[in-house]
Design a binder for this molecule. Sequence first.
Ligand code: NAD
Length: 263
Amino acid sequence: MAGRLDGKVAIVTGAGSGIGRAAAQLFSAEGARVMCADINKKGVMETLDAMPGKAAKTAIALKVDVTVPAEVERMVADTVRTYGKLDVLYANAGIGESCNAIDLTIEQWSRMIAVNLTSLWLSVKYSLPHMIAAGGGSIINQSSSAGLMAVPAMPHYCAAKTGVIGLTRQLALDYGPKGIRVNAICPSAIPTPLMDKVWTKRARDAGSNMSIPGLEAATAAKLPLRRLGVLADCANLALFLASDESSWITGTAIPLDGGLAAT
Ligand SMILES: NC(=O)c1ccc[n+]([C@@H]2O[C@H](COP(=O)([O-])OP(=O)(O)OC[C@H]3O[C@@H](n4cnc5c(N)ncnc54)[C@H](O)[C@@H]3O)[C@@H](O)[C@H]2O)c1
């Protein structure tokens, strides 16, 4: 059966855990050749190991810090050298942290902006020339519902994720005429190591001893669909945006949130 990404070459950053791992595995299962990039080498190796035999042969792993320009340039160059081209960039790597604006340090602020915003531009900067040369491509930027609305005690995260949406729209304007689509995904709550860390710190700061399952249940209860997201929800949206099925969609920031944006 034909895969929805047959013939395509994709980079997925943050592929060593959570959403990025699920997306890399799905892209590969749908026929793409995938560069799995992450700062955590063990994590991306596990991503590859968990792929079924055929898919694993069409994926490679690389340790990359997406905030370091030379490493990002190498990630793109290695992809094109190995697979001959680049069609899809899913700039997903990110960090999350709960902290109020008074206690936040300049180091925390700068790291958040570097990982969750500057790194997306860097990945785009080195990917675009290859996509332009090939006559098109799809860039998927990972934002958050925190890019669309305020969430408590995450000033640096909200600033970075809102910036991702602005960057997405700007790139869509400049590079649409070259056949390049740029869209952002805005998830709310999908249990991953990142979310566990945020929830744990938020509960501690609020003086609550609620467990993670308790926090998850309380969050789900506020959503119109009454459940949290699962990894496949995000991977499926990324797959749609990566594929030609979304060929007339660009410059969007798509809520993936069980209805949160409607409340
Ligand atoms: N899980 C959610 O509910 C949720 C909601 C909104 C947005 N997001 C966003 O989705 C993305 C993925 O998050 P996740 O929930 O899967 O978290 P996760 O912690 O499971 O995965 C994030 C991955 O990014 C990698 N990473 C971090 N810094 C990096 C760097 N400098 N260079 C390369 N890789 C780096 C980590 O090693 C990790 O493998 C993030 O951008 C996050 O902000 C997640």
